[in-house]
Design a protein around this ligand. Structure first.
Ligand SMILES: Nc1ncnc2c1ncn2[C@@H]1O[C@H](COP(=O)(O)OP(=O)(O)OP(=O)(O)O)[C@@H](O)[C@H]1O
Length: 271
């Protein structure tokens, strides 16, 4: 696995995400139900942010809107000052469910986007092999998804998204289905890759510790309708280490976020 390295001071030049007054409602039994109301976000190039909040507050809906899968009722989203109105190669997506094509090998799954972009066989091979080595999957390049563990499949999914050099990596609870140990290794691996590539990451999770361990900033969401309740900056230095969860700053932030989410969860349950 790649070693954690110090973050250099060289700034990313792409990956600015701006969301202005985003409102989304879904039609249910003939009624428009507001899900998101007036969301404003500015995520800087190379930043790692998490969306955290109670179930149903609209975290995935924000991510899907930035991906261009959902058309908002109101508001604008731009990536590097280009308006988002459909999915595009500038945004990579990693889902919770393993989404590799079952009939293709690891190599073929990752190569797919590069083929569509017209890279030559030699260029594709060099790039895919480089990434596979980085995440320790080179020797599994000829395996099919069902022959890989859950953690391996998510490593391949991350590489599949990153190999196309997106400006932004959108991740919707990518590690939620993994056991605790694998999950932690995946978090470290993701930070290591992010550290090297400086791709902007927007990460959805339910897990407060995961959000603190990974993020520069955390957007804590409220419910009914979904909105940004508070934005918190994580005061921990980088690179992050496993022991950071024992630091007073970590424990204090964990408690603060727990209370914020509890308040919103009770609200959503009408208690
Ligand atoms: N396509 C859809 N049609 C109708 N309602 C939808 C649709 N997608 C999401 N919703 C509703 O919008 C609300 C927000 O859903 P969303 O999945 O964005 O929340 P979330 O915060 O990501 O939830 P969770 O943490 O449980 O995954 C929920 O009430 C959900 O039922």
């Amino acid at each position: 696995m790649t070693k954690l390295v110090e973050r250099t001071s060289k700034p990313s030049v792409k990956g600015l995400v701006e969301v202005e007054q985003l409102s989304v409602s879904f039609k249910r039994q003939g009624h428009h139900i507001p899900v998101l109301e007036s969301i404003d976000l500015k995520i800087n190039p190379g930043e790692f942010v998490c969306l955290l909040g109670p179930s149903g507050c609209g975290k995935s809906t924000i991510l899907n809107s930035i991906a261009g899968f959902i058309r908002p009722n109101r508001g604008y989203i731009s990536v590097d000052q280009r308006l988002v109105d459909q999915p595009g190669a500038d945004r990579g997506f990693v889902f919770q469910q393993y989404s590799l094509l079952p009939w293709k090998t690891t190599f073929q799954n990752i190569e797919f986007g590069l083929k569509i972009r017209g890279l030559s066989k030699t260029e594709r091979e060099a790039l895919v092999h480089e990434y596979l080595n980085r995440v320790g999957l080179y020797k599994h390049r000829h395996s099919y998804p069902h022959q890989l563990s859950g953690g391996m499949q998510q490593r391949a999914s991350i590489v599949r998204a990153l190999v196309n050099s997106p400006s932004v990596l959108l991740m919707d609870e990518p590690f939620a289905a993994l056991d605790a140990q694998t999950r932690h290794m995946m978090q470290e691996l993701l930070l290591s890759i992010w550290n090297d590539l400086k791709t902007t990451v927007i990460f959805v999770t339910h897990d407060i510790e995961e959000a603190i361990f990974l993020s520069d900033r955390i957007f804590v969401m409220g419910v009914n309708p979904g909105r940004i309740k508070t934005t918190l900056t994580v005061p921990l230095p980088r690179p992050r280490h496993t022991d950071d969860i024992l630091s007073p700053e970590f424990v204090q932030l964990n408690r603060q976020i727990f209370d914020l989410i509890r308040e919103e969860t009770l609200k959503s349950m009408d208690i």
